[in-house]
Design a protein around this ligand. Structure first.
Ligand SMILES: [Zn+2]
Length: 255
């Protein structure tokens, strides 16, 4: 098995005080690489340190659209400065989140576009967080002619929207939701898309796998996610792991 988790918050101390043990357990089931997504500026130094010290760990610093109140204008300059670090393979997690009715959509849009500019300047792909705003994100990417592609994390849009992201150079990330019988739309989309457009992710400590409701999600569950997707698609888990890892490496220009 060679698994690449393209979205894992292993660097968040409060969630993973036992991160070294959790990383070892994930490696024991076949994890070879992991992309750590940014949430706020405060988390970037720890994330970069972790990526520097551990083989196969990489960073995607950025300002998450759900935490607008914690970001400042100065954070954008700081992001521009650290984007040159060799461990930084993408800018993330960035995007639009319209899930909460009172979300400040204009402020999210400004933040998203400012970070798209930074990604473009450094020729980096982006790690997208999108809820109930897939068409708006697609429209923004088209309007800005963003050429470096990226990964759509915890994909929950329609099949048509997934195909539109793929046309723009994006991979669709499949996570814990695919293990849940009731996630019909997500499962149908993960089944229908070509294998060379998919990546696997845990989003640990979030999005528990089936049977683990209320528990902290763990990096080692990347294997269960790979196995659930393999059953759904009628493919061998090892082949699925190999191909999704190759997809992530290609997109993140690790090869
Ligand atoms: Zn996340």
């Amino acid at each position: 098995m060679e698994l690449f988790d393209t979205h894992c918050h292993l660097d968040i101390d409060e969630c993973f005080p036992d991160w070294a043990e959790q990383l070892a357990r994930a490696r024991a089931v076949g994890l070879s690489a992991m992309l750590l997504p940014g949430v706020t500026r405060r988390g970037w130094p720890g994330m970069l340190t972790m990526a520097r010290q551990h083989q196969g760990l990489y960073a995607a610093p950025g300002l998450h659209p759900m935490y607008l109140a914690r970001h400042s204008e100065a954070d954008l300059a700081a992001l521009d400065a650290i984007a040159t670090e060799p461990q930084v393979l993408a800018i993330g997690e960035i995007g639009l989140d319209y899930y909460h009715a009172n979300a400040d959509r204009q402020a999210q849009q400004r933040l998203f576009e400012a970070q798209l500019l930074i990604a473009r300047r450094h020729e980096l792909p982006i790690l997208l967080h999108v809820r109930k705003a897939h068409d708006q994100v697609l429209a923004t990417l088209r309007r800005k002619h963003f050429p470096f592609g990226g990964i759509v994390h915890a994909y929950n849009g329609s099949l048509q929207q997934a195909e539109a992201f793929i046309k723009l150079g994006f991979l669709i990330a499949v996570g814990g939701a695919v293990t849940w019988e009731r996630s019909r739309k997500i499962r149908a989309t993960a089944q229908a898309l070509p294998l060379d457009c998919l990546t696997l992710e845990t989003d640990a400590p979030d999005i528990p796998i089936a049977g683990q409701t209320g528990k902290r999600n763990l990096p080692e569950h990347i294997l269960a996610i790979c196995q659930a997707l393999a059953v759904l698609r009628g493919e061998a888990p090892a082949e699925l792991a190999r191909q999704t890892t190759a997809n992530a490496r290609r997109l993140l220009r690790l090869d």
